[in-house]
Design a protein around this ligand. Structure first.
Ligand SMILES: *Cc1c(COP(=O)(O)O)cnc(C)c1O
Length: 403
């Protein structure tokens, strides 16, 4: 029986957690202790195939050798030094992000929420300096998710996350996703930005309708409004291109990244244009750990590996295979209402809550996720193979047939 570092068994640590941790998560009753590629193991030595990937974080798979090596080397060299000084890996990661996107300037932080805070702040400052004090409103989408800090929470267009934390930050308006007319109607002389996930993740894997993002960009340009993409979940190869917006011929003015940017080492980034970046100057925004040598060194390795090792191509191919398989299941199981996705962010909307399906899959050794109560969500590492997808489908077939 595997023992944790405090000499406790997995089950005991799970019990202890209830005593010492703030109860902010509904957790499955397993304690994970090791990972490699598509696999993770619990404290009893039981193996699982991971179709959650830390919620779109471990895009290169668990403990990718190049990630581990970069972390080990950097940990021996320099773990932290502060942004009072220049940090080499930070510059190298910023250069890579700009070389492969619309971006010209990058601000680093530590999470998705924090990246969105930076986006909100830079958008407001840019617009106020150009157009006046009242130009601070941001239009965001119903069903969106932008994080849990007060600014990012206020941007999030889902009441269930707001409840109990009001008053929210003023200046946000929510409109339905995929409704250009609603954005037009919501625009006022005070609007400074529109913020949108190119594909909504937590909101249930909702894809943009054809032309929507392009028209949104055109509308923003006409009105002198900034377009912000939250690519925290769908960036870094998840959709089969490095950034999701690259499918839609509609670059933003600001893009936020986090989750898989360093494959599990905490990091966030706000990528923007030269012009927008000029709104921030020394002292106007900062983050102690932001662009830390460990995280940015790993970020460089993540981008290089994604672009070099045919991983994006694998993501597209396996994504198509996965989606086709789910569509076949949908033919046979009436309770699957809709299947949707791009690359390896894939959702299957059910007619009932998906909690029990997730539990039955866990019992069979498969980690899957469910969002918006009824949408089974699959976010596996992008290195996944057909064989692993087939194994999941065999398990899903068993679980579905019991329904
Ligand atoms: C996860 C997520 C966030 C929040 O990221 P944190 O690192 O948890 O703060 C923001 N936006 C999107 C689209 C996300 O999926």
């Amino acid at each position: 029986m595997a023992r944790g570092e405090h000499g406790l068994k997995g089950e005991e640590l799970i019990q202890e957690g209830a005593n010492f941790l703030v109860n902010t998560y509904t957790r499955y009753p397993i304690l994970l202790v090791r990972g490699e590629g598509m696999k993770v193991w619990d404290s009893n030595g039981r193996e699982y195939l991971d179709f959650v990937g830390g919620i779109a974080v471990c895009n290169l798979g668990h403990c990718h050798p190049k990630v581990v090596q970069a972390l080990e080397e950097q940990a021996r060299r320099l773990i932290h030094c502060s942004n009072l000084y220049h940090i080499g890996p930070q510059v190298e990661l910023a250069r890579r992000l700009c070389e492969h996107s619309f971006g010209k300037k990058v601000f680093f932080c530590n999470s998705g929420a924090e990246a969105n805070e930076a986006a909100i702040k830079v958008a407001r400052k840019y617009a106020k300096e150009r157009y006046g004090e009242q130009k601070y409103e941001i239009i965001t989408m119903e069903g969106s998710f932008h994080g849990r800090t007060m600014g990012a929470l206020s941007a999030t267009g889902q009441q269930k996350f707001h409840k109990g934390f009001e008053p929210l930050l003023p200046g946000f308006k929510y409109v339905p996703f995929n409704d250009l007319g609603a954005v037009k109607d919501a625009i006022s002389p005070n609007t400074c930005a529109v913020m949108v996930e190119p594909i909504q993740g937590e909101g249930g894997v909702n894809l943009p309708s054809p032309g929507y993002l392009k028209e949104l960009r055109e509308l923003c340009d006409q009105k002198g409004i900034l377009l912000i993409y939250d690519e925290v979940q769908v960036g870094m190869g998840r959709t089969g291109k490095l950034f999701a917006y690259q499918h839609y011929e509609a670059p933003p003015h600001i893009m936020t990244l986090a989750k898989s940017l360093a494959n599990g080492v905490p990091i966030g980034a706000m990528v923007t244009t030269e012009e927008v970046a000029q709104a921030l100057s020394p002292g106007s925004h900062a983050s102690t750990f932001g662009g830390n040598p460990m995280a940015t060194r790993v970020g460089c390795v993540v981008i290089d590996t994604l672009l070099k090792d045919d991983i994006l191509q694998n993501c597209q191919q396996m994504g198509d295979y996965f989606l086709t398989g789910l569509l076949e299941l949908k033919e046979r199981y009436d309770f699957i209402k809709e299947v949707r996705g791009k690359g390896l962010i894939i959702g299957a909307e059910l007619e009932f809550g998906g909690k029990e399906i997730v539990e039955r899959c866990l019992e069979r050794g498969f980690l899957i996720n469910c969002t918006m109560d009824r949408v089974l969500r699959f976010l596996p590492p992008l290195i996944i193979t057909r064989k692993e997808i087939d194994l999941l489908f065999a398990a899903l077939e068993e679980v579905f047939s019991e329904k």
